[in-house]
Structures are given as C-alpha cells and as structure tokens.
Write a protein that binds this ligand. Structure first.
Ligand code: BG6
Length: 527
C-alpha cells in the first residue's frame, strides 16, 4: 500500500517500494485483531494487511483472526472485510477480485466478549489449529485496535490464558515469538500511561510490546535520521551556535469529522503534540546514536525529552496559545464551528489549535526556541520542520541590496510533497549587487522514482520482523506525558476565554502570531 500523493496527469509511473527490511523474509504467523469490526481495523488495518500480503509476497503463511463480539463466523467476517476493502482501498490502489478472495481465505473468526475467559481458551485452540492446518508456525501478533480503556482487560486475559508467552518451536531450540501492538492514545496523562505500562508489563516483556505512532512509519520522518547522520555537512551546524530556532507545524485542513467524543477529551495537544510532534522533535534534535539498534536510537530520543523541563504555570501562560475553530469554508464549502459540531458540548473549551514554545536544556540546544503549532481546519494539510539558521555574523551587503532576502532556512517537508528545501541567498543577475532567496529543492518521489510506503504497512511489517526501532518505548511515552501534563494542568486553571477563536481556513488565532513575534523578528513560516 502506498502513501497517496497528489498525482499529476503526466507524472511518470513510480516503481514499487520494498517492505521487508534488508530482504529479510517474515516468519509465518497469526495476527489476532481485537476491535476487528471497528472503524480503524476496517478502514486502515485490513486494507493495509491485504496490500502487505499481496504486494510483497512471502514464502510463509500469515493468517488473520478476528476476536470480536458480533456473531459473524468465518463467512460473515470475510464478507464484511471484502466490503471494507472495496470501500476503503484508495481508487488508484485497489486489488483484483481474485486477490481479494485469496486474502479472504486467510481470515478466521473467534467470537467472544473481551472479558470472557472461555473466549480466550477458544482463541488458543483456534491458533493451535491454524499452526497445524495453515502452518502459522506458533508465532502470534496480537493487535489491539480497541478503545484504550479495554486494553488492560484484554492484556490480563491473554496472560491468564497463557497466550503471551512465546513457546518452544517444534523440533528445535528456537522460541516462537509473541508480539503485541497497541494503538494511540496510550493513556490520557502521565498517571494513566504509567498504569497502562505497568499492566502490560505484568504480562508482556518490553521487547514484545510495539506501541504505534503512525508518524514513525512515514518515510520522511525516518529520513530525518538519514539526513542528519548520513551527511557530514549539516551536523557541525546543527546546534545553538548556528540555529536561531526550529519550527514544527502539523497543519490539517479537515475538522474533527465524526470523532467528537474522542476529540472532546483529547484536544490538539493530546491528539497531535504528545505523540506525533514529540517524535519529530526528538528525531530532529537527538544526539547521534551509538548505532542504529532500536534501543540506541530510542535512548537518544528519550534523552532529548528528559532535557525538556515541565513548564511552570507562568511559562504555560507565556509560552502556549490555544485556539478553537469557528465556522468558515473548507474547499469552498461552508463548515460549522467546533462548538456546533455534532456531539460537541456547545460550551466546550477543547482546543482544536495549539501553539507553544519549548526549550531543550542541554549543550546543543541551549536557548534555541522550538516553536510548535498544530490545528484542525487550517488552510491546508501540511507537516513541516523549519530549521531557521542565524543571520551572517557580519553583513557586507546594504539593506537595499539585501531586500527581502532571508537568512538560510532548511525545510524538511514531511507531507505532502515529501522532500527537502534549502533556502539560500543568491545574487540577482545584472549590474546591481542585489540579493534574493532561492531554493535548492529535492522531492523524494521525483529523485528516487519510487512510491512511498504507507506508514501502517511499514510498521506492521517491522513488528512481524520484531524490529522495534520505529515503535515507542515505555520511557518515551512517559517523558512525553510529563511535559504535556505540565501544560494541561495549568490550562485547567486558566480562564476559558484564553481559548481563542479562529475562523476555519485561517492559520489560527492572532495570539499565536504574537507568541512567536514577541521573540524578535521571528514569524511562522506557512507552508
Ligand atoms: C491522528 C489523529 O493520530 O493523526 C488525527 O488522531 C489526525 O486527528 C491524524 O488527523 C493525522 O495523521 P496524518 O497522517 O494524516 O498526518
């Protein structure tokens, strides 16, 4: 499955990407989906699995078992999935009827409530049968695509039924593997995340646990590591001596769609900053790891988070801005404001936009502000990191000659139009010594001519291979919540009028512009 892009009519056809790292072939396994009839599984996980299995054929068998309440049986579940594949596979990435049927033959159903001991016994028996009849090899991947409050119960039952322990493989000393994937949100604050970690930790070992943040599956997020550590020219400049500030923008043009219940309890800071932004931030600012092992990379990421102090109430007031969208237009069509969305409290103070400033207190980043903003119903969908370099130490050109030329800027375009732009000063041809900013630009699709893998496909493939590099470790989650809690705890005490309105289709409340402008000549770089 591929990350969809705006494909131009005459764009050359892109080559297929690979998905199994370094040519490793996956071992056979059974994937057990909890929440299998829910929206995430039907819309995202099952189409991704169908493509993963079809586009990257592997010698070994993968079967998918639904563990769900509804009385469907294998046939009903297969019919449901086939309908979802038709509905949710992107128009330019559909499978042929025969390929969909072949996928359906790998689907099995185990009907049970999540709290029913007998259901987990039946699951164990079904998995044993699949090992014998379908050759799934005793390896299991439990995928929790479930509301987070049900996770502890499922995990405890898996433990009780003896399903969490890897067993010996038939005929040799090697162990089978058992992995578990959990989806976000992982807790709703530090205390709940710690308690969830403790519950999982009673049953699964940390290296069996794969906490998903789908941003880590994006090719361009992984490319931050390659850009920084495969090139020698950037690293000497990558510090407080040369960098004025960093901006991370995650802009969305969509509103909350039909997710009012979830979003009311979450808001922009928990929905996007606690996870996706913190992941991007730590990759951009971490030290070089000792090597590329999962734990060495994650050690460095967590060190960065530890170097961000909890914000005091005064700092929260000075360094954060909340906003909420009001009615306006999206793609030329009128849309309602957040308070008028179905399922939202008309007096809601939930933020759909947040801008904030953080500091990383270490030698590399001392006094370099990191400006973060994210929001729903902004003018376009775009995720970018801006590395704003300092001005030259001594300017030889006159103010007239400089004109609008800006100091160097590096733009890491995470999505869409994935790529990198370096903005540099250049002389305008002619007798005058006038300067202008020009772009050195690279687009990953154009340069490589290879389609970008879809984030979920990459992550599920890595989990099957047992590589946890792109998954979030226990301490990363907790450090990130520590920072977010310090902000949300103060927000709870603040006047609700400090959630500023902004019209749909604009770049957020003007208070967010003031937040960055009050630090000198800085301003948001809009994509
Ligand atoms: C999800 C959030 O984690 O990320 C959504 O819950 C958001 O609210 C989505 O829309 C954005 O993901 P992407 O890949 O479209 O940037």
């Amino acid at each position: 499955m591929t990350q969809q892009a705006e494909v131009k009519q005459d764009a050359p056809k892109l080559k297929k990407h690979t998905i199994w790292q370094n040519g490793h072939s996956p071992e056979p396994c059974a994937i057990v989906l909890f929440g299998a009839t829910g929206d995430l599984a039907q819309r995202k996980i099952l189409p991704t699995l169908a493509h993963l299995i079809h586009d990257h054929p592997q010698p070994e068998t993968i079967c998918i078992v639904a563990f769900a309440r509804r009385p469907l049986g294998d046939d009903g579940w297969r019919k449901m999935v086939l309908e979802s594949l038709d509905k949710y596979m992107p128009a330019d990435d559909k499978l042929k009827a025969a390929d969909k049927q072949a996928f359906a033959q790998r689907l099995f159903y185990c009907q049970s409530d999540f709290d029913d001991d007998a259901g987990y016994q039946r699951l164990g028996q079904l998995l044993d049968t699949l090992d014998k009849e379908q050759h799934t090899g005793g390896n299991r991947l439990f995928y929790l695509a479930t509301p987070p409050d049900t996770d502890p119960e499922i995990i405890a039952h898996l433990g009780k039924a003896g399903l969490a322990k890897p067993r010996a493989q038939n005929g040799n000393d090697k162990k089978c593997w058992v992995h578990i994937i959990t989806e976000k949100p992982f807790g709703h604050d530090l205390a709940s995340a710690q308690s969830l970690n403790a519950e999982i930790g009673k049953v699964f070992h940390e290296d069996q646990i794969f906490r998903i943040d789908h941003y880590m599956g994006k090719e361009t997020v992984q490319n931050i590591i390659a850009f920084r550590f495969a090139n020698s020219i950037m690293e000497p400049l990558w510090n407080q001596k040369y960098i004025d500030h960093i901006q991370i923008t995650v802009a969305e043009s969509l509103g909350i769609e039909s997710r009012a219940e979830y979003y009311e309890a979450s808001g922009a800071i928990k929905d996007i900053v606690q996870n996706h932004v913190m992941q991007i931030l730590s990759l951009v600012t971490m030290e070089p790891p000792a090597d590329f092992s999962a734990n060495d990379i994650r050690d460095e990421k967590v060190k960065v988070l530890r170097a961000i102090s909890a914000l005091t109430p005064e700092q929260v007031q000075e360094r954060t801005v909340r906003g909420q969208y009001t009615a306006g237009e999206e793609d030329g069509k009128p849309v309602v404001g957040y308070k008028e969305e179905k399922g939202v409290n008309p007096k809601s103070t939930t933020e759909t936009y947040v801008a904030l400033k953080l500091f990383i207190e270490n030698w590399r980043w001392a006094d370099v502000p990191i400006y973060i903003r994210t929001g729903k119903h902004l003018p376009k969908r775009s995720t970018e990191v801006i590395i704003q370099f300092k001005r030259v130490p001594h300017q030889l050109y006159t103010t007239d000659q400089i004109g609008n030329m800006q100091p160097n800027q590096l733009v890491l375009r995470i999505q869409p139009d994935e790529g990198i732009t370096l903005k540099i000063g250049a002389k305008v041809p002619g007798a005058a010594n006038d300067l202008a900013t020009i772009d050195l630009d690279a687009s990953y699709r154009t340069v490589f001519g290879i389609e970008l893998p879809e984030a979920y496909e990459r992550l599920i493939a890595d989990c099957i291979l047992g590589d946890s590099t792109l998954f979030i470790r226990r301490d990363e989650i907790e450090e990130s919540w520590r920072i977010i809690d310090s902000i949300t705890n103060t927000w709870k005490q603040m006047d609700p009028d400090t959630v500023y309105p902004y019209a749909t289709g604009t770049w957020g409340p003007k208070e967010a512009d003031k937040l960055i402008r009050k630090d000198g000549r800085r301003q948001w770089v809009n994509p």
